[in-house]
Design a protein. Structure first.
Length: 255
């Protein structure tokens, strides 16, 4: 998955946090605030743009220095966004009081404290192994906003509970991937094409163990516009782990 970055796209990171339930594998999703400049009102995984402070040289980020710098920064950004938007810490360390979390989340979101400094303050360490590379998506040219987004998998740590920040994420909830797809098909929720494709892929796994054991190589995915019988289609290649590989361009939500 080593590809050159696109100067026209902003680096971003997304984390798919999974857990087991009596119904099967669940993932944590958020509803983005309607007024957001990108994907407002859509159901998505926690994530956002990589920030200049998402460096990986601090002691609280043990093992990150050996990674490719872009990958390291994206893993830090994914963990940071998970905390800011859902309140879940993917790091390891002592329990963190709710009052401390409530103080640190807006400080992190407003960049008053870097994530490495935040972790050091609460005595936590983030391991690269907590975020498993899953895919990297680069949208086609011509869109108003383009993000070079790396997707990571993470298991919800024991004792962590979600709470939407109420600003960027107005709702956070656990759901079956298949259930979210059914909601979208019924018109109840809005999904971007990459989210839909990832949910279809995640719906193939019954447990977190099975998902984490998936040997499919993380793919570099660049959707293309192709002709279809009923009009243009937005497509991705077959054979890279996604059962959903196309959607009518007219139906695609692109930002």
């Amino acid at each position: 998955m080593n590809r050159e970055g696109d100067p026209g796209a902003q680096a971003a990171a997304t984390v798919i946090i999974a857990r087991d339930s009596s119904e099967g594998l669940q993932v944590l999703v958020i509803e983005r605030a309607a007024g957001m400049g990108f994907a407002g009102g859509a159901i998505a995984f926690p994530g956002g743009k990589v920030d200049a402070s998402d460096g990986a040289s601090a002691a609280a980020l043990a093992g990150f220095a050996s990674l490719d710098p872009a990958d390291a920064a994206c893993r830090v950004a994914a963990a940071r966004e998970a905390f800011e938007e859902t309140g879940i810490l993917l790091s390891a360390g002592p329990p963190v009081a709710e009052a401390t979390r409530a103080q640190l989340r807006p400080e992190s979101d407003s960049h008053r404290i870097g994530f490495a400094d935040l972790l050091a303050k609460i005595g936590h360490v983030l391991s690269p192994a907590a975020l498993k590379p899953f895919s990297r998506w680069m949208p086609p040219e011509g869109l108003h906003k383009r993000f070079d987004t790396r997707f990571y998998l993470a298991t919800c740590p024991p004792g962590e509970a979600h709470q939407a920040d109420g600003t960027e994420a107005v709702l956070a909830r656990w759901a079956l991937p298949s259930g979210l797809l059914a909601e979208a098909d019924a018109g109840g929720i809005s999904l971007l094409f990459p989210t839909r494709c990832h949910l279809a892929r995640l719906a193939q796994f019954a447990t977190v163990t099975a998902l984490m054991a998936d040997a499919t190589a993380p793919a570099f995915v660049q959707p293309r516009i192709e002709p279809g019988e009923s009009g243009p289609l937005l497509t991705i290649p077959e054979g890279i782990g996604y059962p959903c590989t196309s959607e009518s361009l007219a139906a695609v939500r692109r930002q």
